[in-house]
Design a protein around this ligand. Structure first.
Ligand code: ATP
Ligand code: MG
Length: 396
C-alpha cells in the first residue's frame, strides 16, 4: 500500500501483542486508501461488509484485514439509539481520527512496518508499559456508544493481565444492563472469544469481578455479590480443561462450553421435573429445551452447536441405565465421547458418580474411536473457529 502511495499501518491488537512479545493471531491494516483503491492495489482481494466495507487481502496464507481510516461519528453523520449506542457510522477520516474512535488506548497504536515507527496519539504505549487498560475519551460515553466494550474490558484483563484504570472500571457494573440491547449473535462471538481462546478461567474471574456474568448467563443462580453468578467446582474445572486444550492445540467447541456453563440450571430444572413425575430422560429433554431457549435471549447459540449441547445433556440420564444390554448402543453414538467427558466433569461436583465413570471408562476398552470413513454426502463436522473479521465495529 505504501509503494502505491498510500499511508498504511499495522494497527490494533496486533501492534499491542507485538509490543507484549506475543505472536499476534492476525494482522489488521489501516490505510488512507478507500476500499476501491485497496482493490486496485490488490486486485484479488475481497471487499466485505455492506455498511462498513473493508478489504480482505490474502498474503502467504494469512488473511489481512485492510480498512480505511475512519473518522469520528457525529450526530450529523451517524445514527444512535435512545441509549446513545451508535448504529451507523461510516465516515472516512485521518489516521489520528482513526486512533481516537478505537476502544482502549493499548489498541490504538499504528505501526509502520517499513520504518518501524509507532504512531501513538492516545498514550497507548505508556499505558501498555504500565499494564493499564484505559478507554479513549470519556468512559461512560464510550461504553454507551458500544456496550460490548464492557465485555472487551473484561477480556483484555483476562487475556493480557492489564488492569482498567479507576475511571474505566468504575462505570462497568452499572452499565452492564446495556448489553441486553446487543444483538445475541454478537454476544455469542464475544463469549467464544472470552472462553475458547485459552484464558477462559481468567475471563470468568474478570466477568465476576466486574459484575457482568449475570447479564451473559441470566439463568445461572445468583452468586455472592451483584452481577455475580454461583460457580460450582464443575464449571471451574470445565473452564480449566478448556484452557488446557487450547494450550495443547486440541479442538474446543462452543457446544461443550455451553453444556458446562448451563448445566446447573438444566440439572436443577430436570430434578424438579422428575419430582413432578416425569421420566429422567423426558425431564432432561424438557429442561434442556427450556434452558437453551432462555439462553438464546442473551447470547445466540447457533443450532449446530446447541443441538450437540442438548445431546450431551440428554445422554447423562442414559449413562445411569447400565443393566441389560441396551447401554452398549450409547458407545456408538456420535456424541458419546463428548457426553462421556461431560460425565467425568460431573464427578467433580458429585463424587457418587465415580463408579459410573469407571464403568464407562472400562466399557470403551478395546473400542476403536477413530472417525468412520466419511460417506460422500456427509458434510464435514464444523468446529468453532474465530471468525476472520476483527475490524472494529461498534455496530456490527
Ligand atoms: P483480539 O484480536 O485479541 O481479540 P483485538 O484488539 O485485535 O483483540 P479485534 O476485535 O480484533 O480486537 O479488533 C481490532 C481492533 O479494532 C482493536 O484493537 C481496536 O482498535 C478496534 N476495535 C475493535 N472493537 C472495537 C470496539 N467495539 N470499539 C472500538 N474499537 C474497536
Ligand atoms: Mg484482532
Amino acid at each position: 500500500m505504501q509503494n502505491a502511495g498510500y499511508e498504511a499501518y499495522i494497527v490494533g491488537g496486533s501492534v499491542r501483542d507485538l509490543l507484549l512479545g506475543k505472536a499476534p493471531k492476525d494482522f489488521d491494516v489501516a490505510t488512507s486508501a478507500t476500499p476501491e483503491e485497496v482493490q486496485d492495489v490488490f486486485p484479488r482481494c475481497r471487499l466485505i461488509g455492506r455498511r462498513f466495507r473493508l478489504a480482505h487481502v490474502r498474503k502467504g496464507g494469512a488473511l489481512i484485514e485492510v480498512a480505511t481510516f475512519r473518522g469520528q461519528a457525529t450526530p450529523e453523520n451517524s445514527q444512535e439509539d435512545h441509549n446513545g449506542r451508535i448504529l451507523r457510522d461510516n465516515v472516512f477520516g485521518s489516521v489520528e481520527e482513526d486512533a481516537i474512535r478505537r476502544d482502549f488506548t493499548i489498541n490504538a497504536m499504528f505501526l509502520d512496518p517499513v520504518s518501524g515507527d509507532i504512531r501513538d496519539y492516545v498514550g497507548g504505549y505508556e499505558d501498555l508499559a504500565k499494564r493499564r487498560l484505559r478507554l479513549i475519551g470519556d468512559p461512560v460515553t464510550r461504553y454507551r456508544e458500544d456496550p460490548v466494550r464492557l465485555l472487551r474490558a473484561a477480556r483484555f484483563v483476562a487475556k493480557l493481565g492489564v488492569e482498567p484504570d479507576e475511571e474505566s472500571a468504575a462505570p462497568i457494573r452499572k452499565m452492564a444492563p446495556l448489553l441486553k440491547d446487543i444483538p445475541p449473535a454478537r454476544l455469542f462471538e464475544e463469549v467464544c472469544k472470552l472462553f475458547l481462546t485459552g484464558h477462559g478461567s481468567r475471563s470468568m474471574e474478570a466477568l465476576q469481578r466486574f459484575g457482568l456474568s449475570t447479564i451473559l448467563f441470566p439463568s445461572l443462580k445468583k452468586g455472592n455479590g451483584p452481577g455475580k453468578v454461583l460457580m460450582g467446582p464443575m464449571l471451574k474445572k470445565a473452564l480449566e480443561n478448556t484452557d488446557e486444550r487450547v494450550r495443547d492445540s486440541k479442538p474446543v467447541t462452543p457446544a461443550f462450553l455451553f453444556a458446562a456453563l448451563l448445566w446447573q440450571p438444566v440439572r436443577d430444572r430436570s430434578r424438579a421435573l422428575v419430582g413432578k413425575g416425569e421420566s429422567e430422560f423426558n425431564a432432561m429433554m424438557l429442561a434442556s429445551e427450556e434452558v437453551i431457549y432462555a439462553q438464546v435471549g442473551s447470547t445466540a447459540i447457533p443450532r449446530r452447536f446447541s443441538a450437540v449441547t442438548r445431546q450431551i445433556w440428554t445422554t447423562q440420564p442414559r449413562f445411569a441405565k447400565i443393566r441389560g444390554k441396551r447401554w452398549r448402543r450409547i458407545l456408538h453414538e456420535p456424541r458419546f465421547r463428548a457426553a462421556y467427558d461431560f460425565l467425568l466433569l460431573r464427578a467433580y461436583e458429585d463424587p457418587s458418580l465415580s463408579e459410573l465413570c469407571e464403568f464407562w471408562t472400562k466399557a470403551q476398552v478395546g473400542m476403536d474411536f477413530s472417525p468412520p470413513a466419511r460417506s460422500k454426502r456427509e458434510r464435514p463436522r464444523r468446529r468453532y473457529r474465530r471468525s476472520g473479521s476483527s475490524q472494529s465495529g461498534s455496530t456490527r
